[in-house]
Design a binder for this molecule. Structure first.
Ligand code: DLL
Length: 455
């Protein structure tokens, strides 16, 4: 058996963080690397990954050939801007396996993004990718304050979604006790939190809130729990939400970020200073671009986050347009890490909604509605919040007004629409059937999404 600290590649620095604990750094050599050295490492890896993608992924060879870019043209980090972007639509167009750089037999796991129109985005991992993934997640866990003696409840849904297994591997890597509860059955979640003396909770912030409220309803007080740490991600959270989570569950709440296309969770996460999410820059090269004119944004300014995987073997991705809006600072953090930090995601450049962990594009709902002759072509998507969970209510007009006086037929139609939407989104929605010609019409760009959440 290795000694406890052997699991950490380096000794923790003698540093007391804001909460008076000794801060640990999982991989000090990279997380505290001087900027110049980090840039040298990034450049070396960038050159390697561009030529690797060019040689092994026909999609990238075509893409670079189209702009007459050869891997050897990449001489500085700024030359990354010569590489065309990769967008989600291209990833879908290459479904399922055309972006892989290795034969399928070298792929040891497949994940996929949730609820995308038609085909999901597939991510394939080799053994080497698992190493990177577990390491990057272990780093954000340790940065957040997670330790080997934690008992961790993973309340993300296990399955194709990267969140559950991604965090699971990272916690296992640091030697914690993982309780893979998955999402749902919230009363049972509370029971397990309490009975198993869980110390760390991993979930979306909204689900954590739901768990907190359920605990309240069941008369389980935070004093009766052993929870001390929360790792929340996969959707936006606000400082108010964190404050409420700290208050209700007694956790130190932290946020982390990631996406399936790049690896899943592990791209970035908050340390105990809570001063932005530290990016694993030696694995994922970040840029902030002006989404309108494609000019790079100066440090500290908001723009679209573009990510390049610097080391991924199974599915290297060059300059992925995340559509997430954030800003980056390169100031070293008080925790001792020198890695770039990104601010909370401020929004997206597209209309994607994230509802209880599921990515929802209004166009998916549109495709269902437009495919059903019993309902009209106009619809509204109402986003509602009950407690801390988000719900969708879809308003759509019936074509035959006569239906409105026939309860059984009306109900049958409502069920049909609901079922069809559930099949596409993998998410339960409410459906409200309205009289013909009652929904708002638009002269310009239609505003389909009505956000009733008062965020
Ligand atoms: O949500 C990966 C993940 C799992 C991250 C668990 C953190 C924890 P996808 O399902 O592919 O992957 O969704 C990726 O979710 O482009 C963002 O729009 C959004 N997102 C993820 N984390 C955050 C966050 C996972 N902390 C998409 N704040 C991304 C705001 C987030 N949005």
């Amino acid at each position: 058996m290795p000694a406890v600290l052997d699991l950490f590649p380096c000794e923790p620095p003698p540093y007391n963080n804001a909460r008076g604990y000794i801060e640990m750094i999982y991989n000090k050599a990279v997380e505290c690397m001087p900027r110049k050295k980090m840039q040298e490492l990034q450049l070396e890896r960038l050159k390697r990954i561009v030529s690797y993608a060019y040689d092994n992924v026909p999609f990238y060879r075509r893409k670079l050939d189209e702009v007459k870019l050869r891997p050897e043209h990449i001489k500085t980090l700024d030359d990354i801007r010569l590489i065309p972007y990769t967008v989600k639509e291209e990833m879908r167009a290459n479904y399922p396996y055309d972006l892989l750089a290795v034969p399928l037999k070298k792929i040891v796991r497949i994940h996929a993004s949730s609820g995308t129109t038609g085909k999901p985005v597939i991510a394939g991992y080799t053994r080497a990718d698992f190493e990177i993934w577990s390491e990057s997640v272990a780093r954000i866990i340790v940065a957040a304050g997670g330790r080997e003696d934690d008992i961790v409840q993973i309340s993300f849904g296990y399955g194709l979604f990267t969140g559950a297994l991604g965090l699971h591997q990272g916690w296992e890597r640091i030697g914690a006790t993982v309780v893979p509860v998955s999402s749902g059955n919230t009363e049972r979640q509370v029971m397990i939190l309490k009975d198993l003396k869980v110390t760390a909770l991993v979930s979306t912030p909204s689900y954590a809130m739901h768990i907190a409220e359920t605990a309240e309803r069941l008369g389980v007080k935070k004093e009766g729990l052993c929870l001390r740490l929360g790792l929340f991600g996969s959707e936006a959270s606000t400082p108010e939400m964190h404050r409420a989570l700290a208050e209700k569950l007694g956790v130190f709440p932290t946020e982390n970020y990631g996406l399936t296309e790049i690896i899943g969770p592990g791209v970035s996460g908050e340390c105990e200073e809570k001063a932005g999410m530290h990016i694993a820059e030696d694995y994922f090269y970040p840029e902030i671009m002006d989404a309108e004119n494609n000019a790079p944004k100066p440090e500290g300014e908001y723009g679209e986050l573009i990510l390049t995987t610097l080391t991924k073997e199974g599915m290297p991705i060059l300059r992925y347009r995340t559509k997430d809006i954030t800003s980056i600072t390169y100031e070293p953090c008080k925790c001792g890490r020198t890695s770039a930090r990104m601010s909370r995601i401020k929004g997206r450049t597209d209309d994607m909604l994230k509802i209880r962990g599921v990515n929802v594009f209004p166009s998916q709902i549109e495709s269902v509605i437009l495919g059903m002759k019993e309902v009209g072509n106009h619809y509204e998507i109402h986003v509602q919040r009950k407690g801390y969970l988000d719900y969708l209510e879809i308003y759509v007009e019936v074509v035959d007004a006569g239906l409105l006086t026939n309860y059984a037929r009306l109900e049958a139609l409502r069920e049909k629409v609901r079922g069809a939407i559930r099949t596409v989104l993998n998410l339960d929605v409410k459906v409200r059937l309205c009289e013909p010609n009652t929904l708002k019409r638009f002269e310009g760009k239609a505003k389909r999404v009505v956000d009733e959440r008062n965020l």
